[in-house]
Design a protein around this ligand. Structure first.
Ligand SMILES: Nc1ncnc2c1ncn2[C@@H]1O[C@H](COP(=O)(O)OP(=O)(O)OP(=O)(O)O)[C@@H](O)[C@H]1O
Length: 296
């Protein structure tokens, strides 16, 4: 395999406490550098745990994870991580927070980037962090992360508390950063539709395991949405999800050979693909059971 990996995991597992359950287990994937990667999965799937391991703030219980070609702890200067709860010092002002960012990252800091992000949100530099709204804190956290000019940017649900305009603006900023500086961006989100236009790589996690990973174009091309008569036999194709409504069978399959030419087919959207996998936790790992659905 060519090119540097931004993140590479092998048999990666994380368990909290000796008797706790596994938050992640047996995860293996390779994220090439320069990608914008969406990390999706249901609540409790292990997304935050994975990002925290990549940030070097947690150690694996088993297996290994490497970041930018080294162990996460050694890559910290080149990595920026915005955690879900956006930890900032509440007693500092916005200006003091940015100054602290500059002091901690003297070699990499781009003050103009930080200032622009804060100014675009009309934030008063003198405002204390504790007086800011959740969305305003997110803006400051993203300003800190982007001004560090990281090679790898890890974002845990970065847009969750931003208003629609701010989401749009922030997504634009992130995409510009990726295009201009080649920054690898890994962001978890529950809003899959929002990721379709911006991400080129997908990591779908469920139950602590990697369910689907790869370039989004390739994953979409490898799946087909099929409409066929109810009696159609989907084998030998891998069925992610199938539903029968009256005389109609509709399914998302991963074809293993040419599909029946009588079937109507279309390429799924990223949202359809992700939702199908989320609704069917066993999909891809064993033949999916056919579900009957009554017409409503
Ligand atoms: N510090 C911790 N101590 C104990 N268990 C933890 C800890 N952090 C996470 N877990 C457990 O690990 C599992 C994965 O949690 P994680 O936060 O990584 O999921 P997630 O996919 O980010 O979820 P969400 O979408 O709700 O943010 C969950 O079962 C959670 O309860």
């Amino acid at each position: 395999m060519t090119g540097t990996a931004a993140i590479e995991a092998a048999a990666l597992g994380k368990r909290f406490g000796r008797r706790g359950g596994w938050a992640l287990r047996d995860c293996a994937f390779r994220l090439p550098a320069g990608r914008v990667c969406a990390v999706v999965g249901p609540n409790g799937a292990g997304k935050s745990t994975l990002l925290t391991l990549a940030a070097g703030l947690l150690a694996p219980t088993e297996g290994a994870i490497s970041v930018l070609g080294t162990v996460p702890g050694a890559a910290r200067e080149r990595v920026a991580y915005v955690a879900q709860d956006k930890p900032l010092y509440p007693q500092l002002s916005v200006a003091e927070t940015l100054r602290m960012g500059a002091d901690l990252n003297t070699d990499r800091w781009d003050a103009s980037v930080a200032q622009r992000i804060v100014d675009d949100g009309d934030l008063n530099p003198k405002s204390r962090i504790r007086t800011l709204s959740g969305g305003q804190c997110t803006r400051v956290a993203l300003a800190l992360a982007l001004a560090k000019r990281p090679e790898l940017l890890l974002l845990d649900e970065p847009m969750a508390d931003l208003d629609p305009l701010a989401r749009h603006e922030m997504m634009g900023l992130l995409m510009a950063q990726a295009a201009e500086s080649g920054t690898t961006i890994v962001m978890s989100s529950h809003v899959v539709a929002e990721l379709e236009d911006s991400c080129d790589h997908l990591l779908l996690i469920g139950g602590g395991r990697v369910r689907l990973a790869g370039e989004i174009d390739e994953l979409l091309a490898a799946h087909v949405h099929v409409s066929a008569p109810a009696h159609a036999v989907l084998a030998p194709h891998t069925v992610v999800e199938s539903r029968t409504t009256g005389r109609q069978l509709s399914a998302l399959v991963r074809p293993s050979s040419t599909l029946d030419t009588d079937w109507r087919t279309s390429t799924p959207s990223l949202e359809e693909l992700v939702l199908s996998y989320l609704r069917n936790p066993e999909a891809g790992t064993a033949p999916a059971a056919k579900t009957e659905e009554t017409a409503v």
